[in-house]
Design a protein around this ligand. Structure first.
Ligand code: NAD
Ligand code: IPM
Ligand code: MN
Length: 346
């Protein structure tokens, strides 16, 4: 078969370290892939002032997929790289599904003590192009005691329907077939009402799917006390951001949490990245766990229809995680990548 054309954006901090391991494992699958690296991130911003030039964005549209490490650096004011690079990519490439599995692998320690892998096995379908991330905002009388800052949440019937529909489809394909809407309908009455009505309106089209609703504050509690309540969750962009860091924590840590920014209509490439950020506190020390990125590579392969290669990576990670118990902190970023790549290569 033909080569996969993959754009790689290592980004900042540990992004470069974990992406190197993701690519190492990708190559170990034997899948034919042609990679092109893009130096977007803090370095390019400092050198040229550019964050995401239009011609680079247009070039990125031509790839089969994008692998991203992380962006954000203490030397750059907050928001510049996050909004004008990462969120711009998600918006421009219409990544309306931010797919974030929360799955406890066998043998992995969880802060929830007695939880078993079957108790923590959900998929968070986080909306990716709207919500508070896309709403208008502004500031008046900045720096005065009378400052007013606004930050609206944008929710369209079109945007909510397409992500809710995707989540119903996902739920239908899973054994438990349960879909939970997580929102804050008791306070965010306009946006929450649109989300709740959308779920109710689509529900008759998916009679086999059981639906449920949970306020986001209670959902945060249930993630920790009763994670087995959840199968597929569909939620707003910001709620999904927060919930998936909690999800990462209960499923063994942020170093294991993978994600895909999916454009289900395939009008542009989807983009895969770990849930974590650039971790400036450990960058450059070989301490970052590359597993989240490696599992994101598996999601990427699955998205491109290479399910055997994806399954090989998942199995290699699962085996590595069983062996890690107790001793894993001793391995560097590249050692973990080497070990998983060796298992994949068989
Ligand atoms: P973070 O995820 O970078 O780090 C939070 C904590 O988790 C840190 O203690 C870090 O050392 C640890 N950690 C993260 N990934 C790890 C890994 N693979 N292995 C071991 N430990 C890991 O979040 P933060 O500190 O809030 O943000 C740092 C920067 O990253 C900010 O600029 C933020 O905007 C950015 N960020 C980017 C993304 C992204 O690119 N998708 C995601 C989150 C945060
Ligand atoms: C994530 C990150 C991003 C988000 C930031 C860096 C824009 O936290 O991917 O979870 O909020 O989506
Ligand atoms: Mn986040």
């Amino acid at each position: 078969s033909s080569n996969i054309r993959l754009a790689v954006i290592p980004g900042d901090g540990i992004g470069t370290e974990v992406v190197a391991e993701g690519l190492k494992v990708l190559h170990a699958t034997g899948v034919k892939v042609e990679t092109t690296e893009y130096d977007l991130g803090a370095k390019r911003y400092h050198a040229t002032g550019e964050v995401l030039p239009d011609e680079v964005l247009d070039e990125l549209r031509g790839y089969d997929a994008i692998l991203l490490g992380a962006v954000g650096d203490p030397s750059v004011p907050p928001g510049i790289l996050e909004r004008d690079l990462l969120l711009k990519l998600r918006f421009e490439l219409d990544h309306y599904v931010n797919l974030r599995p929360v799955k406890l692998f066998p043998g992995v320690a969880t802060p929830l003590g007695q939880a078993r892998p079957e108790d923590i096995d959900m998929i968070v379908v986080r909306e990716g192009t709207e919500g508070p991330y896309a709403g208008a905002g502004g500031v008046m009388r900045k720096g005065t005691p009378h400052e007013i800052a606004t930050q609206e949440s944008l929710n369209t019937a079109y945007g909510v329907e397409r992500v809710v529909r995707y989540a119903f489809e996902k739920a239908r394909q899973r054994p438990r077939k349960k879909l939970t809407l997580v929102h804050k309908t008791n306070v965010l009455t306009y946006a929450g009402d649109l989300w709740a009505r959308t779920v109710e309106r689509l529900k008759p089209e998916y009679p086999e799917v059981e639906t449920d609703y949970c306020h986001v504050d209670a959902a945060s509690m249930f993630f920790v006390t009763q994670p087995e309540r959840f199968d597929v969750i569909v939620t707003d962009n910001l709620f999904g951001d927060i919930l998936t860091d909690i999800g990462a924590a209960i499923a063994g840590g942020i170093g294991l949490a993978a994600s895909g920014n999916i454009n289900p209509s395939r009008t542009a490439p989807s983009m895969f990245e770990p849930v974590h950020g650039s971790a400036p506190d450990i960058a450059g020390q070989g301490k970052a766990d590359p597993t989240a990125t490696i599992l994101s590579v598996a999601m990427l392969l699955d998205h491109l229809g290479l399910s055997e290669a994806a399954a090989a990576i998942e199995q290699a990670v699962a085996d590595d995680l069983v062996e890690r118990q107790g001793a894993w902190a001793a391995r560097s970023t590249s050692q973990i990548g080497d070990d998983i790549a060796a298992r994949v290569a068989g």
